[in-house]
Design a protein around this ligand. Sequence first.
Ligand code: G3P
Length: 217
Amino acid sequence: MKLFVDTGNLKEIEALAALGILDGVTTNPTLLAKESGDYRQILKQICRTVQGPVSAEVVATDAAGMIREGRDLAGIDEHIVVKVPFTKEGVKACKTLASEGHRVNVTLIFSATQAWLAAKVGASYVSPFVGRLDDVGTTGMTLVREIVDIFDNYEFSTEVLVASVRNPIHVVEAARMGADVVTVPAAVIEQCFKHPLTDIGLERFLKDWEKAQAAKV
Ligand code: G3P
């Protein structure tokens, strides 16, 4: 399963890229609005750092506007994946952009039918938002299982990109279900690294080693 980080923050991206664990980045208007500076420059630097797919979202709500913005975003760097919201206009825009050879991530997916329709118009990725489904009292990961099953049945090449991830359990479940990609906030990636028994174990190894060395002199 590929790991993307869900952020527009270059420092977070650089730190994760340096660890060698990062396959790509997803941004959205909310995330980029938190960063200062020109969004085109930020996206360009992110692409240069990650050297993998970087989702950048349109803000137009009509198909013509989405197509115009999508072409413009795709022109920033070869790594840009155009993100469009799942609406009828977004579906139309996805069809056109994909037929022009642009990669499209259809976002704000909350049902299996939405994912299936996006795959039919050539989306490279669909982004089910699992955390936001959990927030309204449904089980977000059930949707991921449904989409993975449907895409497997019909051999769609569209990748399932699990988004709105809130904790390491979402990450583990996504991997067990065979999702293609999980996009994770940096704080949750940090939680994926941590285990208190690793820290305690290392501390004990080092203490025992020190004690043994001291006894030899
Ligand atoms: O990138 C979109 C998605 O991951 C948003 O997550 O936490 O705002 O629901 P969240």
